[in-house]
Each structure stands twice: as C-alpha cells, then as structure tokens.
Design a protein around this ligand. Structure first.
Ligand code: 3NM
Length: 506
C-alpha cells in the first residue's frame, strides 16, 4: 500500500545552482518524502531513462515508490512502481493495459474528469491546481479548496460504488486515493489538508514541486512540510457544550480581556461598528494597512472581522493579507459575506477568500448563506428544490431547510455558521442553537447587521476557555437581547444611542 502523504514531483529546471538534481531528490527522500514522481518534460529518452534509474536506486533504498510522469515506456524500461498521466496523455484503459499491476495515477481538475477517472482501474488521482503556480503555466483550472471538495465528493461517491466487479488485472479494488497539487507549501499545507475534506473523504497527501525542488536545502524543506502536516491545523471546531447561563461569565471575560477586534470592513459601517465594539468592552481597530497585519495578529486576544461590504480589487488584496496573517497566528476570523447572493462577481469574491483562508465563523442573512451554500461540495443547481424545500422566497424558507443548508455550509467550510433574521440560527456541524432576533428597528439602522460581526469578534477574541460555538452563541444572544431592549424607544435615531447604552450595560 502506497503512502501518498508527502508526494514529491520533480522538476530539474528549478534546482538551485548550489545543488544538483539528485541531491535535491535525495534530500527530499531523507527528509520524509513518501513517493517520488519523476516529471521531466524536456529530456531525451536516453537521459530520462538514465535519470529514472538513478532516482530509482534512491527510492528503492528507502522502500518508497517511483512514479514516472507520462512516459510509460520509461516506466517499463526501469521497472518503476507506477505511472502518472494527465488528461491529454494516454487513455487510462490503455495505460492500465500496458503497465499491468503498477500504480496508476491520473490528474483531475474538474468533477467531470474525476467522474471519468473513477470509472477506471486507477490507484489515485492528483487534484489541482489548488492554487496558481509558476511551476506549471498551463494549469487548466485554479480550483482552490472549494473546487477540491467538489472533486472529493465525486471520488467518495465513486469509491462507494466500486464493487470489485470491474474487468481488469486486479479483481478486488481498494479505494482510489487522492493528493492535491498546485501552489502548496509549508505555509499553507496544514490548511489545505484541513480545508480539503468532506465527510468520509479526505486527501491522502500533498504533492509539491517548487516547495522542495527549488529550495537551497531540500532536506530541510521536506522536513518542514512533514512537520506542518503532522502538526495539523491549529483549530478544529467542535460544537461543545453551551447554555445561555454561561453568557454573563463570557460577557465578563470580554470586559476583562478587552480583546482587540481588527475590522477590515466597509466605510459605511466603520463608525457604528467601532462604537458597538467599544460598548461591549473590546477595542476596535480599523486597519487596512497589510504591513501591520502580522503584528496585530500576533498580539494576544485578537480577532479579525472581515466584511465584504464594498469589495474592490484593492480591497481583495487587503482581505487576502488579513486572512494570511490571522490564519498564520492562529487567530479567529469572522467572515461577513455581505450581499454575496446578489451577483456572481460577489460570490466569486467569497469563493476566493474562502479558498485563501480558513474562517472561524461565517455570518450572514438567509440570502447570503444561500449564496455561500452554492459553493458547497453537495450543491447542485437541480438540488435547490430538495435542499431548499419550502422556499417561496428567501423570506419564507422553512426552518428545517435553513438548518439543513447552514449545516452543509458549516461542514464544508468547517466553520460555525450564523444565519441572522427574526430567529438567528447558530450552526456547527449537526449542532444548532436558535436565538430570538432583535428588533425591526435594526433594519432601519445601517451597520446593525455588520456590527454583530464586531460583537462576535469581541467574544472570540476573549474566548480562551470557550469553544467558538459558545462564543458565537453568547455574542448573538447578547446582541439581540440588547436590540430588543433598545427598541423601547421606537425610533431609529434614538435606537442607535439606546442600543449602544444597552450593550455597554450588558
Ligand atoms: N500539476 P508547485 S499543478 C505538476 O494542476 C503540476 O495538475 C498540476 O507545482 C495540476 O508545487 C503542478 O511548485 C505544478 O506549485 C505544481
């Protein structure tokens, strides 16, 4: 059985001048690579075979497989353990016929390609490109974790359907394995593994080229990647126990800790969001200066609120920098996908951000969460009727459908999901908490939706001993309670000051 966890794909064109190709491969193998694919696009057949023999000596000594890219003749000539083919290479059935029992891998970047590949006698698929990469200019699609998960769904369903009755050399098949490839390195590897999984189907490994081949010290680079993979992602959300009786303690903790809530938000709501943040005892900062993000994220008790409000190409850069910094320092991020259901362009902004980083919370109204749901692995346009059963309009979607949709979003994106409205739903995997909404008056005060993100950020920043779910549930509870109390004033202008007062007394 092949271990695909650290899958090195070679490229002799990027070897640093201080090293040699063979030294790089040797370093990688000693550093912990578990499989090596020899991928040479410009070598003569003779040179390719010679190189394959050299590398095979190294891999055999370590007992790991050598896989040859594309060139079945070379694989047969050196008796390599396997072959990897792309979509434009030899047809899968023919490759299998020629290589007998050897490992056979296929590149897939779409669900359609994966569906075809899964119908054949193959051992693994390479899914990519996850991110853009200078290593391969002609990547067909940059699919991100969102796209990888869609392929994983096809793979899972295909694996479930494989019953060993397919014709071919091997009677009973084991499940098809999978690795992700494209722009993966030690800074994003743990996150990619964390994000690229769905129920009952995860990646078996990460395939990398430049992360190892282009490094001065290939041994160290491989070891770093192995360490990151073994360590895993810093936070795995589980719903945990929470009851409303915990709210006073959680509120008190926010006031004691005074977390810093970094907002990257829209201009319309900055002032209100800052005042709401102060009212609950946290400190707001509205920085859009990427150079200072790493310092801010490194401080204790910080959280980031990322609000899509008024997106632009420039803001997308800022959002990306924020995501990287807060993910790197293991700090929570609240994502508010404002109006993402409204246009395809906005939803694409969300896709990019959700691909680039791991959010702790996604908060939105029903329309926004429906938008995000369209990015889920299980979403298919024809399923709208079944999954969104009872939808006449966004406003009348029934509770069961809301919860089902939010649950899928939570599981796919591995976040807590908050669906706001007359009733608020806080969902983490299969756990659901409902919280009574605030007041109709909130709909007449700009920023009253966005500033819930600020309060969630405050509770997350102060939440050392609570789960994300508990912190979010407490924030939503406090926010809406204060909204209901403040509504006694009956008018939107006085509601604003009354609401801030209620929050400061909560
Ligand atoms: N195949 P790096 S992306 C060889 O999408 C290859 O199928 C890809 O290089 C695919 O790790 C890719 O340096 C290059 O980003 C990956």
């Amino acid at each position: 059985m092949c271990d695909y966890s650290v899958y090195l794909v070679t490229d002799s064109t990027m070897v640093p001048s201080t090293s040699t190709f063979i030294k790089q491969v040797e370093g990688a193998i000693n550093g912990g690579a578990t499989v090596v694919q020899l991928r040479e696009k410009n070598l003569s057949t003779q040179d390719f075979i010679r190189r394959a023999q050299q590398v095979h000596e190294l891999t055999k000594a370590k007992g790991i497989p050598l896989i040859i890219n594309d060139r079945i003749d070379v694989a047969l000539a050196v008796d390599a353990e396997g072959v990897h083919i792309g979509q434009d290479d030899m047809p899968i059935d023919l490759a299998r016929k020629l290589i007998g029992d050897k490992i056979l891998g296929v590149s897939c970047s779409t669900v359609e390609e994966a569906a075809v590949a899964c119908g054949h006698d193959i051992d693994y698929i390479g899914i990519g490109a996850v991110y853009s990469t200078a290593t391969k200019k002609d990547t067909k699609n940059i699919i991100g974790p969102v796209g990888v998960r869609k392929v994983l769904k096809v793979l899972r369903d295909g694996n479930t359907a494989r019953d060993g009755t397919m014709s071919g050399a091997r009677p009973k098949r084991s499940p098809i394995k999978c690795v992700a490839i494209g722009g993966i390195n030690e800074t994003n590897g743990a996150r990619v593994l964390h994000q690229c999984q769905i129920q009952h189907q995860k990646l078996d490994g990460l395939a990398v080229v430049s992360c190892i081949m282009a490094r001065e010290d290939a041994y160290r680079a491989t070891k770093d990647l192995v360490d990151v993979i073994n360590k895993g992602w810093w936070h795995k959300e589980s719903a945990g126990e929470w009851t409303t009786s915990l709210v006073p303690k959680q509120m008190a903790q926010v006031r004691t800790v005074q977390p810093l809530v970094h907002h990257i938000t829209n201009n319309v709501v900055k002032n209100f969001s800052a005042n709401v943040t102060l009212a609950v005892g946290a400190s707001p900062i509205m920085s859009e200066l990427p150079e200072e993000f790493p310092e801010l994220a490194a401080l204790g008790n910080t959280a980031l609120v990322l609000n899509l409000g008024t997106p632009s190409a420039a803001m997308m850069e800022v959002f990306h920098a924020g995501l990287s910094a807060y993910n790197h320092h293991g700090k929570h991020i609240v994502f508010d996908p404002v109006a993402c259901g409204a246009t395809t362009a906005r939803l694409n902004c969300c896709r990019q951000l959700l691909n680039h980083g791991q959010m702790s919370v996604i908060k939105g109204n029903l329309g926004e969460i429906m938008g995000i749901y369209k990015l889920c692995s299980g979403y298919a346009a024809q399923d709208d009727g079944a999954v969104m059963r009872g939808v006449d309009s966004v406003a009348t979607m029934d509770e069961e459908s809301i919860v089902r949709m939010a649950t899928e979003v939570s599981k796919d994106f591995r976040t807590v999901v908050v669906v706001t409205g007359a009733t608020n739903y806080i969902v983490c995997n299969d756990k659901v908490e409902t919280v009574e909404g605030g007041s109709q008056l909130m709909g007449r005060v700009t920023g009253s939706g966005c500033s819930l993100g600020s309060v969630i950020g405050a509770f997350l920043g102060g939440a050392s001993e609570h789960s994300v779910f508990g912190a979010v549930a407490a924030a939503v509870t406090v926010y809406n309670q204060c909204g209901r109390k403040a509504a006694a004033v009956q008018h939107p202008g006085s509601f604003i000051s009354s609401f801030i007062d209620e929050l400061s007394r909560a």
